[in-house]
Design a protein around this ligand. Structure first.
Ligand SMILES: Nc1ncnc2c1ncn2[C@@H]1O[C@H](COP(=O)(O)OP(=O)(O)OP(=O)(O)O)[C@@H](O)[C@H]1O
Length: 269
């Protein structure tokens, strides 16, 4: 596997505000790489520096391959039809739009509509299609499923997996851990301009250990507990309730979400 993107010591500030404090990252060809961080962590800034859309103070960025970019928010003329937009972008790229991409994204179904009439999900699908028109090697997706309903997210996730199968490298900026867990081979978490974590989702989980949240309901009310070892914890808890002569009416157990762990790392706690 070759290197798709190499970032060395990237620094970027807006006036006095230093947003990226010497970022180092290597993204491999063919992987889905997630860049995570809370609002304002610098994900979009990092993307824009890599994409060549934003000047940076110092450092070095090497990109191997052609880029296709879906910006966090973008707009098209209100009256343009999806097919026309695709043709326009294909012309700019000097390529013919790949009909299989358009079919997979359902762009043909939208042929009678104008841009202003599209739903949020339809707009996102169209913007993804436009990012793919030039047949890029690297695809940048900045919060691609923000604001989409469950069906829209599932369908867009399937498209993103398909792009990986086609051998493309995908960079995804997100603060949605569930999305990242479902899609990404590796993730980086940005915190205050530095890398707080770099590795796979499994490594992230293993590094923190997953806790169980336990809620026990009795006539006297509800009590919450947290435990690493669910078996031992349940035996102890039930023994305790028995001793207190309290009848357990219900037990709810869930695993501490990756989201909670992510927030702890992303906020540096
Ligand atoms: N054009 C700009 N001028 C000045 N400050 C900016 C500019 N763009 C971003 N910033 C600031 O830089 C920091 C990082 O912003 P950025 O948009 O890169 O974060 P992000 O991680 O993508 O956030 P979000 O999840 O909200 O999209 C924020 O504090 C933001 O206010």
């Amino acid at each position: 596997m070759g290197c798709a993107i190499q970032i060395e010591n990237l620094r970027k500030s807006y006036g006095e505000h230093l947003v990226l404090k010497g970022l180092n990252l290597r993204i491999e060809e063919g992987e889905i790489f997630g860049l995570l961080g809370i609002n304002g962590a610098g994900k979009t800034t990092a993307f824009e520096c890599i994409e060549g859309l934003r000047k940076y103070d110092s450092g070095r960025i090497t990109v191997n391959g052609k880029m296709g970019i879906q910006l966090q928010s973008s707009s098209l003329p209100a009256y343009i039809k999806p097919q026309e937009a695709v043709l326009l972008f294909a012309n700019w790229n000097g390529t013919a739009a790949d009909p299989s991409i358009l079919a997979a994204l359902g762009i043909h179904e939208l042929e009678k509509k104008q841009y202003r009439e599209l739903s949020m999900g339809q707009k996102r699908r169209l913007h993804l299609a436009l990012a793919l028109v030039g047949n890029p090697d690297l695809v940048f997706l900045d919060e691609p499923t923000a604001g989409l309903d469950v069906e829209g997210r599932i369908s867009l996730h399937a498209q993103i997996r398909l792009l990986k199968e086609q051998g493309k490298t995908i960079l995804l900026a997100s603060h949605d851990m569930a999305e990242v867990e479902a899609l990404c081979d590796r993730i980086a978490i940005l915190n205050k301009g530095n890398l707080a974590f770099l590795g796979t989702v499994d490594e992230l989980t293993a590094s923190i250990g997953r806790r169980y949240n336990i809620k026990i309901i009795t006539k006297a009310g509800e009590e919450d507990y947290a435990a690493e070892n669910i078996g031992e914890a349940m035996l102890d808890l039930l023994e305790g309730y028995k001793k207190r002569n309290l009848t357990v009416l219900d037990i709810k157990i869930d695993r501490g979400t990756l989201e909670e762990h992510f927030i702890n790392i992303a906020k540096g706690e």
